[in-house]
Design a protein around this ligand. Structure first.
Ligand SMILES: [Mg+2]
Length: 427
């Protein structure tokens, strides 16, 4: 089998005004959908964070793929690494390591495994060694949020929205409002764990929100907070002690492996990261320092699905737990995460997902449904999803019309609070 084409389609989907340490989500989230085509009329799909640098790099990756065999993923990975070794990473997609080849190959790996699964008539999880569990749990991902539906309604309301999608248009800014958000999300999706995206308000408010969530749901419901490294070490220690009875894990309260290691000496709760240890290259120093207890994997920047499985093994060798990070995404990414989730023995926490915040979808059959907070993967070949080209075109037109070509939460926040900067938003 030979690869004949790589089709790259930037899309924009509705995203509500969610707050985070970097600022505010824009009304549209950017994503790129890729399709790897082959001479056997089998194609595979992948999804990656958007932005002009990722778009350009993926378009350039096409030349390294044409003529390659999708089963020879190691060769393809080397070709991509060589092809992009001197390309500077200007992608603005959060805190992951700046490495174009790794990001590009991450997206390709997902699509290549989809092709290979379809070629042999097996689901991707079987190519990873098979399921170790039938279902994988996901966590409710709670945000402080301004009122609004996002998309063309921005801070206004969608008159046709119903149910959860109507409710999520509310503002959630106080501990009590976030508790209501959590109750509604858990009722709709069945989640059994709660994650609060912090780094937005004074730490005391966020600490009170965690305590309110824990009291409302009871000790049987794990709660986490992720201030996205905008707390100082001192603040992280102070609130780590206060929150110790309430937290399942404490995600990136402060920046750097060194600070997280110091935090570990002062607090008893497990520390998790998707910010201080984000690549294989950073593992040796993380182990030496003792930076974290849990690594939050992400097939979109650790090098794909297979690299995430390898990370699981490394975590088990060095006594790290493994959980999963998320960015705003649609169903291809959700299923890529779910295949890892059912196949990777080391994942032992409910995985993050932004999926409840979105209402668009580009796969046939529409939105994927959670069953009691979990997903299983079918025996359909590959990822088990097919592109809905009508929806893909609609969201591509959204991209062309929306005026956003980069994610910039800081600029979006400055529309609400002039002069706001992430750099000055340290507690
Ligand atoms: Mg995080």
């Amino acid at each position: 089998m030979k690869i004949t084409d790589l089709i790259v389609t930037p899309i924009a989907f509705d995203d509500p005004p969610l707050l985070n340490a970097a600022g505010l989500h824009a009304p549209y989230a950017l994503r790129i959908i890729i399709e790897v085509k082959t001479d056997e009329n089998i194609s595979g799909v992948g999804e990656i964070a958007g932005g002009s640098a990722a778009l350009k790099s993926l378009q350039q990756a096409r030349e390294f793929l044409i003529g390659m065999d999708p089963f020879e993923r190691n060769k393809i990975k080397i070709a991509i690494e060589k092809g992009f070794e001197n390309v500077q990473d200007t992608m603005n997609v959060g805190y992951a390591p700046k490495n174009v080849a790794k990001r590009i190959y991450s997206a390709l790996n997902i699509a290549l495994l989809d092709v290979c699964g379809k070629a042999v008539g097996k689901p991707v999880c079987d190519l990873l060694g098979g399921r170790v569990r039938d279902r994988i749990d996901f966590s409710a991902y709670l945000f402080y949020k301004y009122e609004g539906a996002g998309g063309k309604f921005d801070r206004g309301h969608d008159p046709d929205a119903t149910g959860w999608h109507k409710f999520k248009e509310n503002q959630f800014l106080t501990p009590d409002e976030v508790v209501e958000e959590a109750k509604a999300m858990c009722k709709e999706f069945g989640f059994k764990s709660l994650k609060l995206k912090g780094g937005v308000f004074e730490p005391e408010v966020e600490s009170n929100t965690v305590i309110a969530l824990s009291k409302a749901f009871g000790k049987g419901t794990p709660v986490r907070i992720d201030p996205n490294a905008c707390w100082t070490l001192e603040t992280s220690i102070k609130y780590g002690k206060i929150l110790a009875p309430y937290l399942e894990y404490y995600e990136d309260p402060c920046k750097t492996q060194e600070a997280m290691a110091e935090l570990g000496k002062a607090v008893s709760i497990p520390r998790a990261t998707n910010m201080c240890t984000t690549s294989f290259e950073e593992i040796p120093s993380a182990i030496k320092l003792g930076s974290e207890d849990i690594i939050l994997a992400d097939p979109h920047y650790w090098g794909g699905i297979e690299a995430t499985m390898q990370l699981g093994k490394i975590c088990s060798v060095f006594g790290r737990g493994l959980s999963m990070h998320s960015n705003s995404h649609l169903g291809i990414s959700l299923m890529a995460m779910a295949h890892v989730g059912v196949a990777c023995p080391e994942i032992s926490f409910a995985m993050d997902t932004h999926y409840p915040w979105q209402k668009d979808e580009i796969i046939k059959g529409g939105r994927i449904k959670f069953d009691d907070g979990a997903l299983s993967v079918s025996n359909e070949p590959g990822l088990g999803v097919e592109l809905d080209y009508e929806q893909l075109e609609r969201l591509h037109q959204n991209y062309l019309a929306c005026g956003y070509t980069e994610r910039n939460d800081e600029a979006e926040m400055q529309k609400v609070i002039p002069g706001w900067t992430r750099k000055n938003h340290i507690f």
